[in-house]
Design a protein around this ligand. Structure first.
Ligand SMILES: Cc1ncc(COP(=O)(O)O)c(C=O)c1O
Length: 381
């Protein structure tokens, strides 16, 4: 079941659940999909229109860093959303944030370097780092502190086992936890004091339900920022994201991009340029997630899941299943097979304590959430 390779690589169980769900659907049963972290809606209509117009013309590579129009658009984004001035030369458009991670790791570190991440955390962090020959240090987070990382957590982990970098997302996957300005400032100050390169994964920015997201760029010039059009702009399959680098790293990252990826997909860059201007559409999607978030939280609580406060951001609930099971994969398989509800086992996000948790995405339609709660309630009670 949990086939961990000798170097620590592990399958993404969400995809195993998705495969199983598709097989069930092929047999004619309806499945409520809460397992995959992607918006249920397409990108804004103007994005599609722009790509339809550009299709006959936009067939070649772009410059490695990306189209000027997109990078200028991102400069505007930082000015409007975060009140910071970014040099467009410091921006590299990437094939999603996933490619941004590869560029960031190989720009800032050499293979063998140790990078810290949180546990629970996005599974690709562990698998990408290990797969590329880096070492990891996991900093355990606790539900008692709202799953939020602090400078003290970083300092304690660093004292036990020093690391050169910290990769951190706020809002986070799978918990949806977000740190506030003071919390982020504490994290950044601790990294700077200890000589740790801070990589800020800002992919869920915009999807915050308590307070506007704070970019690390508002607080420091020495962090690597990674972001993406996948979530807020509903463009997971377009494979388009970006990074902002400290000045002294830009050239190396550009050379790596030239060689590893050449450029991000041209049509997707055109789409992304338009998407930046379609925030009203993105906000309308977010309003749907915000409503789902409360319905799901109340429903899970009533059924008997262990849930803390509703998540600060992103579109996930990370719920304890101690009342039902101590084997999260078996629990998810059973719930899928018998109740037709697909969710992700906690072992994807936490190899130590994940057996006691599941992650549910509320990025889909309200009706899906309601139906899933109804089915779970019937099955689990
Ligand atoms: C925290 C986090 N970072 C990065 C990614 C990857 O996103 P992209 O589609 O931009 O490669 C995800 C996807 O779920 C994520 O949850």
């Amino acid at each position: 079941m949990t086939d961990i390779a000798a170097d620590g690589l592990m399958p993404f169980h969400a995809m195993e659940i998705l495969k199983r769900a598709k097989a069930i659907e092929a047999g004619g049963r309806l499945v409520c999909h809460l397992e995959v972290g992607e918006p249920g809606s397409p990108p804004a209509p103007k994005v599609i229109e722009a790509v339809q117009r550009a299709l006959p013309l936009a067939q070649g590579y772009t410059n490695a860093k990306g189209l000027d129009a997109l990078r200028d658009g991102l400069v505007g984004y930082y000015q409007q959303q975060h009140g910071v001035v970014v040099d467009s030369d410091a921006i590299i458009c990437t094939m999603g944030s996933s490619a941004g991670f590869i560029l960031a790791f190989h720009t800032a570190f050499r293979p063998g370097a140790r990078i810290a991440i949180t546990r629970p955390g996005y599974p690709a962090y562990v698998n990408t780092l290990l797969g590329l020959g880096f070492a990891i240090s996991e900093i355990a987070l606790s539900v008692d502190h709202g799953w939020r990382l602090t400078g003290a957590d970083i300092a304690a982990a660093h004292a036990r086992e020093p690391f050169e970098g910290l990769l951190f997302a706020s809002p986070a996957n799978p918990t949806g936890a977000a740190v506030d300005r003071a919390g982020l400032a504490d994290i950044i100050a601790t990294c700077e004091r200890l000589g740790i390169t801070f990589i800020s994964d800002e992919i869920y920015h915009g999807l915050d339900y308590r307070a506007p997201s704070i970019s690390a760029l508002e607080l420091t010039k020495s962090a690597i920022i990674i972001n993406s059009f996948s979530k807020y702009y509903c463009m997971t399959g377009w494979r388009i994201g970006w990074m902002v680098l400290p000045e002294h790293m830009v050239r190396r990252a550009e050379i790596l991009q030239q060689n590893l990826f050449i450029s991000a997909p041209t049509l997707s860059q055109i789409a992304a340029t338009v998407a930046l201007g379609e925030r009203d559409y993105a906000e309308a999607q977010k309003a749907g997630y915000a409503a789902n978030r409360l319905v799901l939280d109340a429903g899970l609580r009533e059924i008997g899941f262990d849930v803390g406060d509703p998540s600060d951001g992103a579109f996930y609930a990370y719920a304890g299943i101690s009342r039902f099971s101590n084997d999260s994969m078996a629990f998810c398989e059973k719930l899928l097979d018998e109740a037709g509800v697909a969710m992700t086992p906690g072992i994807d996000f936490d190899r130590v304590n994940g057996q006691g948790y599941v992650r549910l995405s509320y990025a889909g339609k309200a009706q899906t959430i309601e139906r899933a709660l109804e089915r779970m309630s019937g099955f689990l009670r």
